[in-house]
Design a protein around this ligand. Structure first.
Ligand SMILES: Nc1ncnc2c1ncn2[C@@H]1O[C@H](COP(=O)(O)OP(=O)(O)OP(=O)(O)O)[C@@H](O)[C@H]1O
Length: 592
C-alpha cells in the first residue's frame, strides 16, 4: 500500500524528535520533519513544493500561515489542555509572577485552565507577531518575570531579560494529529477516486461539459481541444449565461464553420449558488449547417416576431391572429394556409416564439429544397430531427409534396410518435393544387392529427391594411437607402390599394423597395407607383418561382407550371392555355 507522505514543520528540535519517533511506529506514514517557526516555516514549505507530499503537519500560527500558501491539506497539531497544563504547572513552581503570551490557540486553552482552577492568570492574546514585544513589556511593567509561550514569544522574552517556559506538545498531541491525517486521507482518497472516475466518464463521452460560476468564468471544462472552435463555443455559452434567470433549461444549436453543435444548458444549484452547466455535442449530420432543406433555428437567432405586433384592421386577419395567440401556448398541430407571400412563414415563427417550446430550437424542413437523399435522412438516420423531443417541427411548403412522399410521411407519422413528442407546424399554399389536398398525408393531418387550420387572407382581401403595411415596409427599408421617404401621396396609396396583388406581401414589399429607389422626394407620387406596378406585373420575382426542382418528374413539373399560370391568370383557363401555347382541352386533360 502506498504510504501517506507528510511534510512536518516542528517549531523546536524536541518536537521534531518526538514526531520522528512516533512516525517510526506508524506503517501508513512516511514523515519528513524539519524545524521551522512562523517566520521560516512558510519558506520551508515553498522550497519543498515539488516533492509530492499528501499532507503538511504543523502547529498553531505556523499551520495557519502555511495553509494560505498551499492547496494541500494542513493538519494543525493543536495544543491540548494537557500540553498547556504541563506548562502552567511548571510556571506555578516558579517563585516569581508569571504571564502567558500567545495567539488565540494558546491563550484560549490557558483561559479555560484558569477558570477551572479558579486561578487569576496574567494572559495577553496576540493578533500579530508585531504585538509580541508590547505585550511582554506590559506584563514586565506589572511585575511579571517569567513568560509562558511558544517559540517566538519565548525568544523575545529572553531578549528582554525575562525567564521563559516553552509550551511543548506531548506524545498524545502528535498521535492525535497522525490519526487525523489517516482519517482525512481515507475520506480524500475515496473522493479523489470518485472524481477520477467521473472525469474519465466525461472524457470518454461524446459530450463536453463546461461549468461557469456566477461571475461567468469557466470553473470546469472537459473540452479536449483548445482551438478556435472551442473558444467560440465557450464565448457562446458565456453569453447564454446572461439569460440564466430563465426558469427552464435551454437548448440551442450553433453553426460554426462546417459543423453544427448541440448545446444544452442546465442549472446546477449547490448550497445556494447557481452554476450554469453546458453540455456540448457535435451533430453528426451529412447536411451543412446552412442547407435550406433541414435547418435548426434558435429563438434567439431568428428575428423576434411578436404576435402582438401583428396589427390589422381586417376582420379575417384579426381572427387568424387571435386564434394563433391562443393556439401558440398549446401543443395542437397547426396548418397555416394561404396564398404565396401572405405571411405564413412569419406567423409560424411568431407562434414558435410564443410557445413553451421556444427554449429549444425549431427544426425547419422545407419541402421545396428536399430531395430523395434528404428524405432518407429524415426517415432513416439516427440523427433525424424526427427523433427529437420537445421541439417545434415546422414543415414548410407542404403543397410541393408529391404523392410518393405524402404516402411515406403518412406512414412514418402513423407508425412513430413524432407528433406526440413534438409540436408540429405546417404551411401550405392554398392556391396550389386542389388534388394534393386529397393526398394521404393531407388527409392524415386533417383526420388523424386534427391539425388546426388557420387561413391567412390574401392581400386583396385585406386592402384596408395596405397603408399601414406600406409604412411598416418603408421604415424597415429606410436604413438601406440614403433618401428619406415619409410616405405616399393619397392618389399613390390609392393605386396600391386598387392593384390586384398576386404574390401578396412579397410583391408589395418588392414594389415598396422599387418606390424607394425611384423616389427623390419626401412623398411618393402616383406616377412613380404606376411605373412600379407596371414593372412588377411584367416580371415575376425570382424568389417566387418554386417550380424548378430536379427531384420532380417532368409530368410533375408540367403540372406545377400549369397550376402556377392558372393562379396568375385567376383560374381563367382560356388565358392560361393561350399563355402556355396549348389548347383548352389539353390544359383540362393535364390538370384533371
Ligand atoms: N405581420 C407582418 N408584418 C410585417 N411584414 C410581414 C408580416 N408578415 C409577413 N411579412 C413580410 O411579408 C413577406 C412575406 O411573408 P412570408 O414569407 O411570411 O409569407 P409566406 O406566406 O410564408 O410566403 P411563401 O408562400 O413564399 O412561403 C416577408 O418579407 C415578410 O417579412
Amino acid at each position: 500500500m502506498k504510504k501517506i507522505k507528510v511534510l512536518a514543520i516542528a517549531p523546536y528540535q524536541g518536537l521534531k524528535d518526538l514526531i520522528d519517533k512516533v512516525a517510526g511506529e506508524m506503517n501508513e506514514l512516511e514523515v519528513h520533519t524539519f524545524v521551522g517557526d512562523m517566520l521560516n516555516g512558510v519558506k520551508l514549505v515553498q522550497s519543498k513544493a515539488d516533492l509530492d507530499y499528501d499532507f503538511i503537519l504543523s502547529r498553531a500560527g505556523t499551520a495557519e500561515l502555511i495553509q494560505k500558501i498551499t492547496d494541500l491539506p494542513v493538519i494543525d497539531m493543536k495544543l491540548s489542555i494537557i500540553d498547556m497544563m504541563r506548562a502552567i504547572k511548571l510556571a506555578q513552581n516558579y517563585s516569581g509572577r508569571f504571564g502567558i503570551v500567545g495567539f488565540k490557540s494558546i491563550t484560549d486553552t490557558a483561559n479555560i485552565i484558569g477558570q477551572l482552577n479558579n486561578d487569576d492568570l496574567e494572559i495577553q492574546t496576540l493578533h500579530s507577531i508585531a504585538e509580541i514585544e508590547k505585550a511582554i513589556a506590559h506584563l514586565k511593567a506589572n511585575g511579571v518575570s517569567l513568560i509562558v509561550g511558544d517559540v517566538i514569544t519565548v525568544r523575545h522574552a529572553k531578549k528582554m531579560g525575562l525567564h521563559s517556559i516553552l509550551v511543548t506538545s506531548g506524545r498524545e498531541t502528535v498521535m492525535n494529529a497522525f490519526s487525523d491525517i489517516i482519517s482525512v486521507n481515507h475520506y480524500l482518497s475515496a473522493t479523489k477516486e470518485k472524481t477520477i472516475i467521473t472525469e474519465n466518464i466525461i472524457r470518454h463521452s461524446n459530450e463536453s461539459v463546461l461549468v461557469f460560476n456566477e461571475g461567468k468564468e469557466v470553473i470546469y471544462s472537459s473540452m479536449k481541444e483548445n482551438d478556435e472552435i472551442s473558444s467560440i463555443l465557450v464565448k457562446e455559452c458565456a453569453s447564454a449565461c446572461s439569460n440564466i434567470e430563465d426558469e427552464d433549461d435551454l437548448v440551442i444549436v450553433k453553426s460554426i464553420q462546417q459543423d453544427s453543435y448541440h448545446i444544452t444548458r442546465k442549472k446546477l444549484s449547490i448550497v445556494g449558488k447557481t452554476y450554469p452547466t453546458y453540455y456540448l455535442k457535435k451533430l453528426h449530420s451529412p447536411l451543412k449547417p446552412m442547407d435550406k432543406s433541414i435547418l435548426y433555428k434558435n429563438s434567439t437567432d431568428s428575428p423576434q416576431v411578436d404576435l402582438d405586433t401583428f396589427t390589422t384592421s381586417n376582420k379575417l386577419f384579426t381572427n387568424v391572429i387571435e386564434n394563433a395567440r391562443s393556439l401558440a401556448e398549446t401543443d395542437t398541430p397547426i396548418l397555416l394556409y394561404g396564398e404565396k407571400g401572405t405571411g405564413k412563414d412569419t406567423l409560424a415563427h411568431a407562434i414558435f416564439q410564443r410557445s413553451r417550446y421556444r427554449n429549444k430550437p425549431m427544426v425547419i424542413i422545407d419541402v421545396m429544397y428536399m430531395n430523395d437523399k434528404k428524405w432518407e435522412l429524415l426517415f432513416e438516420s439516427d440523427n433525424s430531427p424526427f427523433l427529437e423531443e420537445d421541439m417545434t417541427i415546422y414543415i414548410r411548403n407542404l403543397h410541393l409534396l408529391n404523392d410518393e412522399y405524402q404516402l411515406l410521411l403518412e406512414s412514418y407519422f402513423s407508425n412513430s410518435f413524432v407528433h406526440k413528442r413534438n409540436r408540429l407546424v405546417f404551411t401550405c399554399d392554398s392556391n396550389y393544387s386542389k388534388a394534393m389536398e386529397q393526398g394521404p398525408f393531407m388527409l392524415y393531418l386533417r383526420n388523424e392529427l386534427a391539425v388546426f387550420p388557420l387561413t391567412l387572407p390574401s392581400l386583396n382581401e385585406r386592402k384596408e391594411d395596405i397603408p399601414s403595411i406600406v409604412s411598416l415596409f418603408l421604415s424597415e427599408m429606410a436604413p438601406k437607402y440614403s433618401n428619406q421617404i415619409l410616405g405616399l401621396k393619397p392618389e399613390a396609396l390609392n393605386r396600391l390599394q386598387n392593384f390586384h396583388w398576386t404574390y401578396n406581401l412579397d410583391q408589395l414589399k418588392r414594389a415598396v423597395e422599387e418606390l424607394f429607389v425611384l423616389t427623390n422626394d419626401f412623398y411618393v407620387d402616383e406616377d412613380t407607383v404606376k411605373i412600379v406596378l407596371n414593372s412588377i406585373t411584367i416580371t415575376t420575382p425570382e424568389s417566387t418561382n418554386p417550380l424548378i426542382h430536379t427531384n420532380k418528374t417532368l409530368d410533375q413539373l408540367n403540372k406545377e407550371i400549369i397550376e402556377q399560370v392558372l393562379i396568375e391568370e385567376n383560374y381563367n383557363q382560356t388565358k392560361a392555355a393561350n399563355r402556355l401555347g396549348i389548347s383548352r382541352s389539353t390544359l383540362w386533360r393535364k390538370i384533371k
